[in-house]
Every structure is written in structure tokens, then in C-alpha cells.
Design a protein. Sequence first.
Lengths: 287, 365
Amino acid sequence: MELLQLILYTVAITMLLSLLSMGFGFTLRSVKFFNVSFTGSFLVGGYIMFLLYRIFLFPLIPSLVCSLIIAGLYLAFAYIFIFSPLIRRKGNNLILVIASFGLLIATMATIGMLFGNQATMIARHLSDISTINIFGATLNIVQILAIIFVPIIVCIFALIRAKTRFGRAVRAIEDDREVAELIGIPKEKILTIIFFLSGIVAGIVGIIEGFDVGLNPSGGLVYILPAIVASVVGGMKSFWGGILGAFILAIAQKLTVVYIGGTWEQAVPFVILIIILLVRPEGILKK
Amino acid sequence: MLFFTIILVVCFVSVSNKKNNDTIKIGFVGPLTGDMANWGENTLAAVLIAVDEINQAGGILGKKIEIIPEDDICTGRNGADAVSKLINIDKVVAIAGGVCSGATLGEAPISEAAKIPQVSFCPTNPTISQAGDYIFRVVPSDIFQSRYAAKYLSEIGKKNIAVLSIKNDWGNGLNKAFISAFTKNYGSVIFNDSFDQDTKDMRAQLSKIKAKNPDAVYFIGYTDQTIAGLKQAHDLGIKTTFFGADPWDDAKIWNELGSLGDGAMYTVIGTNSSDAFKAKMKAKLGKNDFIYCSNYAYDTLKILTSAINMANSTEGTAIKKALYETNYTNGVSMKEIKFDANGDPTSALFTVKIIKDGKAKEVTK
């Protein structure tokens, strides 16, 4: 019974981390830098949802759509006003990472000032989040929805990437940005859309987290590390790499808690990162 | 032109300094921003109420008391900076504060080295007892809170306890003290694990606890982790009693959890509050927000000023000596406060509260 419960929990966490890594990978593969402000979208999506759904008492689906659009716009505007100008001025990757850190810190501080530093729960009543019994183990409704919808979302993005014109343009840009522009792909437009989609994905995870355990402004920093590690471990160049990395990381973390102790849970991403960098730095999946 | 301006500024500053010698300056240090800001705001209000009363009665040694507040953001590093500023720039004669254990442990060495007495009214970490000759507190150390919790749990028939604690100074202190007290006298600890300060996912630990089936769970955490942890425990169907420590006195936890928190119990430092004091706090804050540390903060100011009076001096060493001889009675925190050789209070007042219908009620013995 305990085993089934642990398996279900690990699956739920893996789903969330996969989504996070996938979204993080969008900007990692296309613009080739660690966009740390990705978790800024995570926070923006979650907190706007809190504002609309719990403070203004708007209905669930409209609040959800609005929050995700705003989360997407946050990263899209970040690209238009911060990253694109820096790239045009030949800014190297280090400059872009520092700029994204600056944006993230500013976002976290602003959210802290507006909403306070204590946990913010999106659910109107915690008792709204009911639990479902699965052969003796339980999961709450948020986790179940995550387990059902995350694979669907991942498949949608995989299909977009493989079958649509937009997807082809994305793959061309990931391959070589300059050449893609030369053959007529509207680079700026496509990249802005990529950032917008990346923001939406982060926003989804932020909202799920806000319903499940609550949001803190400091959540921005806590979540970016697993996303980075999962991407590096799974393979930075591959669409499925981040997802594979998320599986490995989530399973390793939960196994550590069960067999070694909760004290070591946060050390696991670091240990795995060091091992992978020593053994196979390009990550597990190549393309 | 620049030269003139400099001369003017210097004159102005020395004139204002002369004016400032008419007051006795006491520093206040606490979390005025950050996630403990509520506690800082509340205790500062209590301190200011005490100062108003003292000044209206004529002040101390013929002078008015002036409070200079500084923000330690509940961290040792900011606390050390704040106290440095209060001592070196504002030249305070004593310091009231801090609120958080980590912050106070950062502040104490600075006050101790400068021989400025510091009396704190909220931090409960045991190591503060050894922080220095000039360091005092009116609240008891966590060793007593854990011992009280261990004794209480045994009295209500809990023999096998699971312990789940937050990984920081405060959590580690309570964890060690509780396990030592409980295993020595009352029963066994069948599970002991912790969680990181930033994490709110305790499901793996709680699953293991559920499998062990303890009589009670001693759950040491602040507001955020408690809300998440108790919800997760409820989802798992863990029916056993959850027992916490004084941060559970934050009404936000039980407001968020609603009926999910019913049955939880926690120790809290008791107070000897009066209606008059509660009314003054409500007037000062503009809301009805009760935090026990404020009662202790109010008494701290009264104790400090009466020590200055007793010593007939604002000199640090004299105030310190007077503090060791203090016998303060009829306070709003405890009926009697005296300090032992470590600067800790000689007696402690604890109560247990239980959650019923989403609200905390004192358990009557």
C-alpha cells in the first residue's frame, strides 16, 4: 500500500517537473541560454490566477485562460524588450543569463511586495481539493488532473513541433538561427511566439502548484534548479531530453526521501548534475 | 559654496545631537519586513505603548524614552547590521529585540562586545542562553517547550511518536530537545525525519509516517509548511493527532485549513493578558491581532526602564547588573519575571491549544 502511494506521488511530481523542463527547453534550444526568468512566468501565472480566482472571485476557466495569457506575455515581452535587444547587440550567453536573473529577482521582489512572503493558496477553500481513492492509495484532484493533462499537453507540443509549419520553423531556428533567417523564416516573430509558449507552460505549472501546496515569491529560485538539472541530464538539444531528465530527477528525489531521509532531498539534483557532467556532459539524449 | 554648506551641515548635526541628549534612546530590532513582518509590527506596537505610558508618567531619570526601530528581516546577517547601527550611530543605551531566533543569534555577539544589554521577547532557541552576559530574554528556551510537549503527550496517553521537523536552527533545537525528553521519560520515537525550509511537499515523509501508525505526530514547522503538511496528511487519511509548537498560533493556518485542521494541538507560551492591554493593542494596530510575543515585548520595555531607574544610570554595565537583580511583577506576560545566571527567565508559562471548528481554543486542564 505504501509502495503504491509512493509510486503515485512520484508520477504526479514527475508530470509537473516534465512540463517545467519542456517549457524551459523551448528557450534553451532556440536562443541557447538558461532563461532563469522562466520561473518568473511560473510565479506570474500562479499569482495572477490567485488574484482573479480567489480575490476577485472570477470563475475558474476564464481566470485560468487569462492567467496563462498573462504568463505567456510576461516572457514574450521579456524577449521583445530585454533579450532581443541584447542579442542584437551581440550580447553573449552570459549576459543573457544575467539579464534573466535580474528580471527574475525583480519579479520575485515585486510579487513579494504585492502579495507578501507567506504562502499564497489559490484554492478558495482547501477542502475544495478533494481526494480520490485508488486501490487504497490517495491522490488529490489537482494531482490527478496533472497526471491526465500533462501527457496530453506534451503530445500537443510534440505534434506542433513535428507536423506544423510553425514547428518546422522552430526546428530550423534551433538548428541554426542565422541560416534560418537567411532562408526567410521570420526569426523575431517565431522567437517571440516561442517565449510566449514557454511562459504559458511555466504558468500552467505555477497554477497547479498554487492549488496544490501554495506559492511563495521565493518559489522562483527553488524550481529553476530542478528544471535546469533535468534539461542538462536529459540532453539539452532534445525535445524529449528535458522530460527524460525530469523522470530521472523526480524518481531519484523521492527514492532518496524514502530510503535515506527527507534531509537529503534537495541535495539530489546537485549530485545527479555532477555525475552527468562527469560521465556524459551532453546529456542522455542527443537529438 | 561647498565649504559653506559643509560647515552649515556640521553645525546643524551638532545642534540636533545636543537636542537628542534630552532623551534616553532604546533600540528596537525585529522583522519589520519579510514573512515574519506581522510579528515585528505587532511587537513594535506593544513596545511603543509601553513607552507612551512611561513618558506620560514623566519618563525615566527625568528624561523621555525614545525608541529607534530597525529591521532585521528575521535573519542573523541583517540583525547584526541593524544592531551595529543602533549601537554605533544612534548610541542606544539598550536594545529590545529580536523576534526570530536566527536573527537574535546574529545580533547578540555585537551587543555583547559593545556591552549594551539586549533583552529579547520572542526567540526560543536554546543556544541563546549561552549568548552572553549582556543578553537576556523573557521567554523560555525551546528546551522547556519541548519538555512540556513531551510531558503533555505522555499525559494524554501517547506512547509512540513520529517526529517531523523543519531543517533550521529553530526546528533542530526543538527536535533534539523533544526526542531527548520523550525517550528518556515517557515512550519511544518511532520515526524521525525532516524537510527543507523551502519545500512544501511532505508526502513521501507522511506516507512513511502513515505506515508506522504512531499515536501522535510532533510536527515542527512554520505557517507555510504546516498548511501544506496538514492538508497532505488529511489527503492521505492519517487520523492521528498532530502536535505542533508556538508558530501554530498564527490564525492564518487554521483559516486556510478550515475544518481540515480540527484536532490539531500545539504548545504556546502563555500570557497574563489584561483587557486594558488588549484594548490598547487593538487601538494602536487598528485590528484585533493577538500575538503572545507582544505581551512579552511590552513587559521587556517596562523591565528595561525600571532597570535603568534602579541603576540610576544609562551605562551598559550598570543596567546589566540591575537586570540580574530585577523582580518584575504583574506583567501582561507573566505574573513574575526574574532572570537566572544565563539571562533566561526563572519560570515559564505554557498552555496547550486545540483546534475546534477551525479556531484555536485553550485546553482546560
